[in-house]
Design a protein around this ligand. Structure first.
Ligand code: ATP
Ligand code: MG
Length: 291
């Protein structure tokens, strides 16, 4: 392959050789967790839904796709030696960076505050994505915990994953930002499988009412419907779990929040799995490139 003249050329070259390499691999589910507004509970939902999915017998790989402000490791109570950035920039293999937990979930940690993507060559990016997908092929479920905002990294991971889960709270700012994200997803044809999780909800009735309004607006203006995957109540226990650097399930696996997370996991299981060779590898490349 010719040396790329610039980053865009590098990406184009990189995307050519990632297709059709995963034939005969089993189907898996792949979910991007996004929100628009920050701090609404994406990482909390990602980590704990991953654990709920693992308790249902699935092999789950959670990828910290918030490559700028990563914190899956914090909620998992781990101090990983290596991160995705070590794989991208320092030649570590995916196997070397994967972090095993006591909760039946493996995760790929990322580090915060590093922006050095400009120096990365297309060949290395190619290898990382190929290696990541080969590694992920052994799992039943792949999850991307995205960062906040509607930037290229987030939209790319949404395009890469066959299923999207948008987390929102009842605050008007969160609802507006989630709607804006859905609008972009619809207009740019990133995903036609958008699911909503309402988090930190004070009453189910309030949550249902807001979701009903949101779907109506979405039907009217975007000609698109969405699926309510679950409502998670506000609980001081969640905050306590974060302070203890533990997933909620490690503190209480029977309470209301845990039950709701298990329901969400069951609904995710209801969606169809996709063969890994149908994955949008180009979008994963773009997602990683956009840190
Ligand atoms: N159901 C809940 N009840 C109470 N507090 C919650 C709940 N869900 C999340 N929180 C609180 O919200 C805070 C933010 O959660 P989290 O870090 O998961 O959000 P995020 O969307 O991933 O943020 P970022 O956009 O920065 O990645 C947590 O520290 C936690 O204390
Ligand atoms: Mg987060």
């Amino acid at each position: 392959m010719l040396a790329p003249k610039n980053q865009a050329d590098g990406l184009r070259n990189a995307t050519i050789s990632t297709s059709n390499q995963f034939k005969n691999k089993k189907a898996l589910r792949c979910i991007a967790i996004a929100s628009g507004k920050g701090g609404v509970g994406k990482t909390f939902v990602s980590v704990n839904t991953a654990i709920a999915l693992a308790s249902l017998g699935n092999k789950v790989l959670l990828i910290d796709a918030d490559l700028g402000l990563a914190n899956v490791d914090i909620l998992m109570g781990k101090n990983p030696e290596f991160t995705l950035q070590d794989a991208i920039f320092h030649g570590k293999s995916i196997e070397e960076i994967v972090c095993k937990t006591d909760y039946g979930v493996d995760f790929l940690p990322a580090s915060s505050g590093e922006r050095q993507m400009l120096n990365i060559g297309s060949a290395r990016l190619n290898n990382i994505v190929n290696e990541l997908l080969s590694y992920a092929a052994d799992y039943d479920i792949l999850m991307f915990d995205c960062g906040a905002g509607i930037n290229q990294s987030v939209t790319s991971f949404i395009a890469a994953a066959p299923q999207t889960l948008v987390v929102m709270t009842m605050e008007p700012t969160s609802i507006m930002d989630a709607y804006a994200l859905m609008k972009v997803a619809k207009q740019d044809k990133l995903s036609d499988n958008i699911n909503v999780v309402l988090n930190m909800v004070r009453s189910d009735e309030q949550g249902q009412k807001i979701f009903k309004n949101l779907t109506q607006i979405s039907k009217n203006y975007l000609c698109s419907s969405m699926n309510l995957l679950g409502i998670i109540p506000y609980s001081p226990l969640v905050h306590k779990a974060v302070l203890s650097r533990k997933p909620l399930f490690a503190m209480d696996d029977k309470g209301e929040v845990a039950q709701r997370l298990k329901q969400i996991a069951l609904r995710i299981m209801g969606d169809h799995a996709v063969s890994i060779d149908e994955f949008n590898t180009e979008a994963i490349l773009k997602g990683i490139m956009s840190i």
